[in-house]
Ligand binder design. Structure first.
Ligand SMILES: C[S@@+](CC[C@H](N)C(=O)[O-])C[C@H]1O[C@@H](n2cnc3c(N)ncnc32)[C@H](O)[C@@H]1O
Length: 201
């Protein structure tokens, strides 16, 4: 697997959540907002047919130039409009990209592109809502300081949107609306995850 090596950041930290959601026998996967492709390469170590899509040309250039890019298909384009075939992926992943898009439209598109029984794994960013989110924010700050002392922080080169438009609460409600039965988890380093298995039939 192309691991992140000794690089660390808040998104890389949660890649194992995504990788562990890859369904058994997965043949075809998509990484939405793949950036320079670290996660895409990690998925390719497990899945034979992998596509990464990103709007940002410099990110796609970096992804394609990586020595482990192997046969990964990298597309420069808008996930919301790229002509993928409905129901054509066993697994769709997206890390730190949902808040760049109209999140309802993006989740709806991910749902449509998964085959029945396929799995979606999202790591998302959201905004805190005070005072309710103050304890979670403080815990995040302490854990963040700990990792900064023990890891080397790697700033990814891809575009950033800050602050995220949705609160954690709104992101959770939206995901539950778009994907009934979705497993939402809030993580300490200011991220949430969504894991959803598309129902059969
Ligand atoms: C914060 S970066 C995260 C990149 C990578 N997933 C990571 O974790 O390092 C978000 C990425 O989403 C991409 N993006 C935003 N809107 C997009 C869209 N509609 N279609 C494809 N990619 C998009 C941006 O260009 C950017 O590279």
């Amino acid at each position: 697997m192309d691991s992140a090596g000794d690089r660390w950041n808040h998104n890389l930290h949660y890649h194992p959540v995504v990788i562990s959601a890859i369904p058994a026998g997965c043949q075809r996967a998509l990484d939405v907002g793949c950036g320079e492709g670290t996660l895409t390469r990690q998925i390719r170590a497990i899945v034979p047919d992998v596509t990464g899509i990103d709007l940002d040309q410099p990110s796609i250039d970096l992804a394609r130039a990586h020595p482990d890019a192997s046969d990964i298909r990298y597309l420069r384009g808008d996930f919301l409009s790229y002509p993928f075939d409905p129901g054509s992926f066993d697994f769709i992943a997206s890390v730190a990209a949902l808040h760049h898009m109209d999140a309802a439209a993006a989740l709806g598109r991910m749902r449509a592109l998964l085959r029945p029984g396929g799995v979606l794994a999202v790591i998302g960013l959201a905004r805190p809502r005070y005072p309710a989110d103050l304890p979670a924010d403080l815990a995040g700050f302490i854990v963040h300081r700990y990792y900064l002392m023990t890891r080397s922080l790697w700033e990814h080169p891809s575009p950033i949107v800050w602050p995220p438009p949705d609160t954690f609460r709104a992101a959770r409600a939206l995901a539950a609306d778009e994907m009934p039965g979705v497993r939402y988890r809030r993580h300490v380093l200011w991220r949430y995850s969504l894991i959803w298995v598309k129902p059969d039939g």
